[in-house]
Write a protein that binds this ligand. Structure first.
Ligand code: NAD
Length: 478
């Protein structure tokens, strides 16, 4: 039975049926999913528009309870949903379950936010007048998500959108419709009125482009690659649609001479290679000062070499497969270009065969890389990272900031002076001191600077900046 789209409260068959393939075992079909047409996407937008007037002024207790119910069901089913996630995306089961728990917690957090969102009352500079500043829902929002966090990213867009009174048209990534459908099914049974939440699975250039170009949408929240993000923004801005973009990274991890070697190596391993390096927050440039450089390279190479790569659902797997053949080819292309440009491979980098046919690759670590190499300039989005040797902290900071991206930046040091300086001067939305560049809390703002992000922050109470619009009212007594 194909899984259908949710439009105006009905499950609707799409224009084509697409098989969802397990990247750990390409003979395993996770399910068949109905991809929506452009016309169906328009129907979903129209349904959301029609539902907005009632929903936007609806009872907040009802809304809070609904979000809480969604969170409760996700948490209760975290093992089953985590398994589905790992099967379709390829991250190890523990990470799949962890991501699902995070999604449940996000709904719980925003259930609370429904009741906490208030306004401000301030005195006017004119006598006898009062000023009230309130937030109102933005309207109909189009949410476009990538495949690498197939339940958490949809959750961190859908939960605040609904909490603040918006209606949603949600378009998940082509590669991971399973988690999106399961989430939509939970939302559909939570008591949400028809049209308030719509799921349109499908192709980026069909469903995504229809959302981005629609004059009937008030906001587009997009997470994905920089190239697509720019296109989405250009289309949206033509209609004066509010846009929020979260895109790629080329995140630096600085290691200073005074760092604790064990801590530095462990957090570097986690930052660069866990989730197969397929995290926007993954570290991919290790910037290491002279005094610790050689010891760091040797120790990290040993740990990388020892990583257990395998089927995402097998007990002892630490690193799952790459998501698909296209991404695998891209990883090898970057590894090849690094080698051609003179980088020295110190661990991994080869195609791996396992009992099942999947997209397995040994994580690749290069030493002797230079800042200008393609590997150090462009986002790979795979388990391929390079080490750059530097003289001192000042050179490390300069190189950390020498990138068009600005999502996360990490430093490993025992010096309060350098930690504080780095926290202040790293040009990134998120700074990590002695913790991995990837792995963030769900209740605080998430986002970057420069080419990584555009518009308001996501998550935590700052999510209101995108999903609401501010009204200033001047009131004089009659
Ligand atoms: P992608 O840009 O290929 O796709 C993202 C989404 O956009 C998908 O749903 C896709 O179908 C859709 N899309 C494609 N073409 C479109 C178009 N013309 N119009 C509208 N929508 C379109 O990205 P991906 O491969 O799914 O994900 C990987 C990227 O996501 C990486 O660059 C990664 O850094 C980024 N990412 C960023 C964050 C963050 O929060 N900063 C988080 C996760 C992933």
């Amino acid at each position: 039975m194909p899984h259908h789209n949710l439009i105006d409260g009905e499950w609707v068959a799409g224009g084509e049926q697409v098989a969802n393939i397990n990247p750990s075992d390409t003979s395993d079909v996770v399910g068949t999913y109905s991809f929506a047409t452009a016309a169906q996407t328009q129907d979903a937008i129209a349904a959301a528009r029609a539902a907005f007037p009632a929903w936007s002024v609806g009872n907040i207790q009802t809304r809070a309870e609904m979000l809480d119910r969604i969170g409760t069901e996700i948490l209760a089913r975290s093992r089953e949903l985590g398994q589905l996630l790992s099967r379709e995306e390829g991250k190890p089961l523990a990470e799949g379950i962890g991501e699902t728990v995070r999604a449940g917690n996000i709904f719980k957090f925003f259930a609370g936010e429904v009741l906490r969102s208030g306004g401000e009352s301030v005195p006017s500079v004119r006598p006898g007048i009062s000023v009230e500043i309130t937030r109102e829902p933005l309207g109909v929002v189009g949410l476009i998500t990538p495949w690498n966090f197939p339940i958490a990213i949809p959750a961190w867009k859908i939960a605040p959108a609904l909490a603040y009174g918006n209606c949603v048209v949600f378009k998940p990534a082509e590669l991971t419709p399973g988690s999106a459908w399961a989430l939509a099914d939970i939302i559909a049974r939570s008591g949400v009125p028809a049209g308030v939440f719509n799921l349109v699975m499908g192709r980026g250039d069909v469903v995504g482009a229809t959302l981005a170009a629609s004059p009937d949408i008030d906001g587009i929240s997009f997470t994905g690659s920089q190239g697509v993000g720019r296109r989405v923004a250009a289309q949206a801005v033509a209609n004066m649609t509010k846009v929020q973009l979260e895109m790629g990274g080329k995140n630096p991890q600085v290691i200073l001479d005074d760092a604790d070697l064990e801590t530095a190596v462990t957090l570097s391993l986690q930052s660069a290679f866990f989730s197969t390096g397929q995290r926007c927050t993954a570290a991919s440039r290790f910037i290491v000062t002279n005094g610790i450089h050689d010891r760091f390279v040797t120790a990290l190479a040993q740990r990388v070499q020892a990583l257990r790569v395998g089927h995402a659902l097998t007990g002892d797997t630490e690193i799952g497969p790459v998501v698909d053949q296209r991404q695998l080819d891209k990883n090898f292309e970057y590894a090849g270009s690094a080698a051609e440009e003179g980088a020295r491979l110190v661990a991994g980098g080869q195609r791996l065969e396992r009992a099942t046919h999947g997209f397995f690759m040994a994580p690749a670590l290069f030493a002797d890389t230079t800042p200008s190499m393609r590997l150090n300039r462009e986002e790979v989005f795979g388990p391929v990272a390079g080490i750059i040797r530097v003289r001192d902290y000042e050179e490390a900071l300069a190189l950390a900031n020498d990138t068009p991206f600005g999502l996360t930046a990490g430093i490993a040091t025992t010096s309060l002076k350098y930690a504080s300086h780095f926290r202040r001067h790293a040009q990134a939305g998120m700074v990590m001191v002695n913790v991995p560049t990837a792995g963030v809390d769900y209740h605080v703002p998430f986002g970057g600077r420069k080419g990584s992000s555009y518009g308001a922050r996501e998550q935590g109470r700052h999510a209101a900046d995108f999903y609401t619009t501010i009204k200033t009212a001047y009131i004089a007594p009659y």
